[in-house]
Design a protein around this ligand. Structure first.
Ligand code: ZN
Length: 122
């Protein structure tokens, strides 16, 4: 817990925190839209309508696993949001830069932890 040195500092911390929360609104809204779009796309691919031209099987073969992977990433980020952890790195708990969340709303790792993770997988 942060130690409040003075009421003024407390107000400053609260102000910064409100700013942070406001900054998360747009990435979270995009994350929710991505979630719906992915669910609809997967549903559509999994249940072709009768009479519909058959897509090349390779499309389903490559596209569906990619969409399911994206969906699982998005759902993981949404689950973290439900626990109030959205926007912080799940390994080192540092706050993720808002611009990074705006670019990739399902990000749950900071750049340093991502590099460490990639290195460990090689
Ligand atoms: Zn980290």
């Amino acid at each position: 817990m942060l130690e409040m040195k003075s009421p003024r500092m407390g107000a400053l911390v609260r102000h910064k925190w409100r700013g942070r929360r406001a900054g998360l609104t747009a990435p979270l809204a995009r994350l929710e839209r991505e979630h719906v779009a992915l669910l609809l796309a997967i549903c559509e691919l999994e249940s072709p309508q009768p009479g519909e031209d058959r897509r090349p099987p390779a499309l389903d073969h490559f596209l569906l696993p990619m969409l399911r992977e994206d969906l699982s990433r998005v759902q993981h980020a949404l689950a973290r949001a439900a626990h109030g952890a959205y926007g912080s790195c799940e390994m080192c708990h540092k706050l993720l830069p808002i611009r990074e969340l705006e670019a990739r709303p399902s990000t749950t790792l900071c750049s340093a932890c991502t590099r460490r993770m990639v290195k460990s997988l090689k």
